[in-house]
Design a protein around this ligand. Structure first.
Ligand SMILES: Cc1ncc(C[n+]2csc(CCOP(=O)(O)OP(=O)(O)O)c2C)c(N)n1
Ligand code: SF4
Length: 281
């Protein structure tokens, strides 16, 4: 059923309520908030459910598509973008969305991630960044800040973390944005922007894993971690007019990068058309 669904019907229309609930997430986990944002964005854009494919790897974040009533693929750890690339090439008319964790996307799946950016294939990747491996018990990921604690870093992380959004921009993505699970209305808008963009888009959704990251780093419960997001996120537009000292310790949110570039499936189709024409002539 296309069209905007009444707010009271959204949960039954878009979620596999009877089949897959209750969910596996800890009470207060931010992943459910991201799921709400994705659903509201899809509802607002009036996409038909059957025209959407959501693909994920393995992790707490990657459980998200399991609960959603679209075409869904819950694949192997780190391989979501690889599977999604296959889906997009076989069915270019589908709106393909990847939901992944910072470990799934940046560690084991890092290579798939950078090359999907480089190709500029029309996939929206929503990377839920909770700064840790949640599902397997709180090990370090490439997003775990240096000096912070994890089960694999009981004396503090000695590695440097990197910025997934900056990596996506450098690797060739055309739309890169960052939001948080505290700033829900902004997150909805960023996801709408990403879905409307033709090309590879990344949304980094900063989320809380209070069960592991919060507890090990004495950042408190879900509410305390949400308050931290509120006080440390800085909209990129506001940041432009502020001196560096006011930006100390803050992270930028909003649309960080938005450019136009030829898209991979379109370019690939041109090659197919060219060879088919040559065969006919
Ligand atoms: C090939 C392979 N290696 C490792 C694992 C174990 N594993 C499952 S989920 C996960 C980490 C998930 O972390 P992240 O992607 O950050 O998601 P989160 O659980 O934090 O949402 C790991 C290492 C696996 N399932 N398969
Ligand atoms: S372990 Fe962390 S990421 Fe996983 S459901 Fe619990 S709070 Fe969320």
């Amino acid at each position: 059923m296309p069209g905007t669904v009444q707010a009271s019907d959204v949960i039954h229309h878009y979620l596999r309520v009877k089949k897959n609930f209750p969910n596996v997430w800890c009470p207060g986990c931010g992943i459910g908030i991201v799921m709400g944002s994705i659903i509201r964005a899809i509802n607002k854009l009036e996409y038909r459910k059957n025209n959407i494919a959501i693909v994920s790897g393995i992790g707490c974040s990657s459980r998200l598509p399991v609960y959603c009533d679209f075409n869904t693929l819950h694949t192997t750890h780190g391989r979501a973008i690889g599977f999604a690339t296959g889906v997009k090439l076989a069915r270019p008319n589908l709106k393909v969305i990847v939901v992944t964790g910072d470990g799934d996307a940046m560690a084991i799946g890092g290579n798939h991630f950078i090359h999907a950016c480089r190709r500029n294939i029309d996939i929206t990747t929503i990377m839920i960044n909770n700064q840790i491996y949640g599902m397997t018990g709180g090990q370090c990921s490439p997003a775990t800040p240096s000096k912070s604690f994890a089960t694999t870093a009981p004396y503090g992380n000695v590695e440097n973390n990197f910025d997934a959004a900056a990596l996506a921009k450098g690797a060739g993505a055309t739309y890169v944005a960052r939001g948080t699970v505290y700033h829900v209305q902004q997150l909805d808008k960023l996801i709408i922007g990403a879905l409307e963009k033709k090309g590879f888009s990344l949304i980094e959704a900063v989320s809380n894993c209070h069960t592991y990251y919060g507890r090990m780093n004495k950042e408190g419960d879900a509410v305390a971690m949400l308050k931290w997001m509120k006080s440390h996120a800085m909209p990129i537009k506001a940041a432009k007019s502020l001196p560096p000292e006011k930006l100390e310790g803050k992270f930028l949110t909003g649309v960080l990068w938005d450019i136009e570039k030829p898209e991979f499936c379109d370019e690939y189709e041109k090659i197919i058309q060219r060879f088919q024409k040559e065969e006919r002539d």
